[in-house]
Write a protein of this length. Sequence first.
Lengths: 209, 287
Amino acid sequence: MEAPPVTVMPVTGGTINMMEYLLQGSVLDQALESLLHRLRGLCDNMEPESFTDHELVYLLKGQQGNPFILRARRSLSHPTAPWHLRYLGQPEVGDKSRHALVRNCVDVAASHSLPEFLNEMGFRMDHEFVANGHIFRKGVMKVVVSKLSRILVPGNTENTERLSLSYLVELSVLAPAGQDTVSEDMRSFAEQLKPLVHLEKIDPSKQRH
Amino acid sequence: MYDIFVYFCLFLLQHREEKQLEASVESLASRVAHVKNALHSFIYKLENEYERLAWPSVLDNFALLSGQLNTINKLLKNEKTPSFRNQVIIPLLLSPDRDEDLAKLTEQRVPVFSHEIVPDYLRTKPDPEVEEQEKQLSTEAARIGPEVAQKQIQALNKVCSNLLEKLNNPRDDRDTETSSLRQNKPSFNPADTNALVGAVAFGKGLSKCRPPGPVAPTHPGQGPMMSGGPTLQQVTIGGGSGQQAGMGGPGAPQQQGQPGKMPSSIKTNIKSASGSMHPYTRSLPQQ
């Protein structure tokens, strides 16, 4: 007997499948101030939060296919805060007309023994970087302006070197699967940031080469 | 007889003027009261609700005040309004005692009609500094002569009309003009965008086994990885398939300080136990 199609199977528990909608762009250092000003005006009225995070990307390689990637992130400005573990799936290749990059996203918090745990599980750290910048919110949308730095000596987050002369700007929304109005809202918000930043859907697989 | 007629006409005129004066003073007082109320609510908003205040509402308040001041100006310029300059207010009685009626009339702002408040409230001359500035301006104006003044007026008019025209007629070619101007100061660099996205997405330019320096755009880290150490070959798992995964070169990044053999045995165990990559569906590794 065939299993009924997935869509009619009862939900027996677990979490809602959250998707991350993402638009990315960058801004040069000299235009950073005007971008922050504009974001402060456009986004919710709150003190702009700045953050310094250290992200480690772990890979689990298997016999076939793409390796499994997990991203572990900890805050350098709040050392006692829990670690944040995130899984990001492959971007959905549905609608070409969809304005944002959509991918499956699972977020959990983890204790400070996370790196050792992942090592024991067989993951190996592929790369790490330090990101620091500002985060803004508008409703469910989150705008992160961050400066990425390369870590020169592994494990030493003090000794870093900037990756480029630009700041990365990311506009993201975490929403349950199937809500396509989200990408419309994101696109209209991105319009308001032009011409300072062009936020667009950048397919990471095209960036490999 | 004629004299009586003349006196009667004069009396009527005065009466009419008085009535006009009264009416215009009343309308002026009501307009001023509107301005006062608008200012009052605006100040209250600024002092108590400043966290929730947004630019559009502040601009609305300012626009309201400006509109009200405009109506006052129009009222004063109206030909039916008698010239207030001809009226003189003379205080007849000053006393340092509190006057309840006056206090009620002015909402407790002027409780005493004394010699302290008279210079402020009944002032007709401007402040000394303002008077100085006005005198300077009028001597300057007298100095430059009528032709120069006329030329300046014309230049100002031309600039204003140009600006108005530009604002009122959005031209299609304006975008191309301004975009060509803005080419001089781009605020973002698409190459940087790609580099940053590559770094965040899969570590392009970030592999820790590589010495810091300019990053080769293709297959980063292949060269230095080979020279990383002889243990690399032992640790590489899955042989060819691992290599084709294409993440940061052939290196399963090594854990420094761990013996090379140990990690590979653990990995092999896990690998053999599971067919799929998803850790949640993985069964316990068979020993």
